[in-house]
Write a protein that binds this ligand. Structure first.
Ligand code: GLY
Length: 392
């Protein structure tokens, strides 16, 4: 067998979670390979990049909150290290977030979120509508109140993915540009994977980090298949023309008649508007209805958006677990680990996931903060057959 088809660690999936795992693994001295036809692709190409541990808090997700906050805390050092390792800026911006409400029901929902944030010991300040507009003058006069959260920042996921590919290459990670079609199992142990072109890759440890597709790898015994399903998100990209007055100075989120909306302004003028949340299986169609609803709500929130250049629409799939938290760590099959199911928080959880998986791969154990997210917390599931391939 050719030497480069064998490694200590094989990561199946080269999205941001697979890449950070590979980068950290290589840094720990492990010979590491990644199998993916297009490393750096996947959901990060669609994601807005909010690091929204506080403003995206939901009831019942207190345990996940701890992991989210830990990863947010690591972001400044992670961004600096990755920038140094790749020679690329990843667009980390400590700009804070303003979450606003437009009508009485939206305000009630935001008040409920504020109460949950305060009970959870988080920093979040209630502002009147006028105070919100003082911070962000482009907001509609109808804004009724909001939450100022100075600790929720942003990063550019496309730059993050590109920088991780470069950092991996520089750390000696080997890329196999093909689909992993089948896990190989020998004497009740995962030993590698076979690519679509028949190339057999062997490894001491395999990490399944294939996002929404993680539950679809042939050869994985049914009892350890991750219970991950896709949740579709449609996103728009607009551009603030050069020379235009500052449009938004921070991430703005809103509940608009019950629909969640966010506007994420980048320093280069890009404004990301998201996102739908649709349980439609593997469908990644951008629909007229999805675009209409995002633009309608964005216009109601910030009427000036209609002046901006319309740049792009896209749709991606959030890899979602039954409790919305990731699956991190060993499975019941020796040699097979999971790093998937990050749902709405993949970009945020990138630093802590990389660190945790590297500890597991190099030292044999997850650090304490990652242990509650063991894949073994779920009973085995059966997946229905795939109807359509993921295209984004
Ligand atoms: N975290 C943003 C989203 O999932 O849409």
């Amino acid at each position: 067998m050719h030497a480069h088809t064998s490694s200590d660690v094989l990561v199946v999936g080269g999205g941001i979670i697979g890449l950070v795992t590979a980068w950290r693994s290589a840094q720990r001295g492990l010979r590491t390979a990644v199998a993916d036809p297009e490393p750096g692709g996947g959901a990060a190409q669609v994601a807005a990049g909010m690091l929204a541990a506080v403003t995206e808090l939901h009831h019942g997700e207190q345990l996940l909150l701890g992991l989210n906050l830990e990863s947010a805390r690591r972001y400044p050092a992670f961004a600096a290290e990755l920038t140094e390792a790749s020679g690329q800026d990843i667009g980390y911006r400590a700009c804070g977030t303003l979450a606003v409400a437009l009508d009485a029901d939206d305000r009630a929902q935001l008040r409920d979120l504020h109460a949950l944030q305060l009970r959870s010991g988080l920093d979040s300040a209630w502002l009147t509508g006028r105070e919100c507009r003082r911070l962000e003058p482009m907001l509609a006069p109808g804004v009724r109140g909001g939450l100022r959260v100075d600790g929720d920042h942003q990063v550019d996921p496309r730059r993050l993915a590109k920088a991780l590919v470069t950092a991996c290459e520089r750390a000696g990670v080997v890329f196999h540009r093909g689909w992993a079609e089948r896990l190989t199992v020998l004497r009740d142990r995962a030993t590698g994977a076979v690519l679509a072109d028949g190339t057999a890759l062997t490894a001491g440890q395999v990490v399944l980090a294939a996002g929404s597709l993680s539950g679809r790898l042939a050869g994985v015994p049914a009892e350890v298949l991750p219970p991950v399903r896709p949740v579709k998100g449609q996103v728009l990209r607009l551009t603030v023309p050069p020379g235009y007055a500052p449009f938004l100075s921070r991430t703005v989120r809103a509940v608009v008649r019950g629909s969640h909306l966010y506007l994420v302004p980048r320093e280069n003028g890009e404004l990301v508007v998201g996102a739908t949340s649709e349980e439609l299986g593997w469908d990644t169609t951008v629909t007229a209805g999805g675009v209409y609803e995002l633009l309608r709500d964005a216009h109601e929130l910030v009427p000036g958006v209609t002046e901006l250049r319309f740049t792009e629409t896209c749709a991606g799939l959030r890899p979602t677990s039954p409790d919305n938290a990731p699956l991190l760590g060993p499975t019941a099959l020796p040699g097979l680990h999971l790093a998937t199911g990050h749902f709405r928080n993949g970009v945020l959880l990138t630093p802590v996931t990389g660190d945790a998986m590297a500890d597991l791969l190099a030292d044999g154990a997850l650090p304490p903060e990652a242990r509650p997210f063991t894949p073994r917390r779920f009973p085995p599931v059966r997946h229905p057959p795939v109807r359509q391939e993921q295209s984004a």
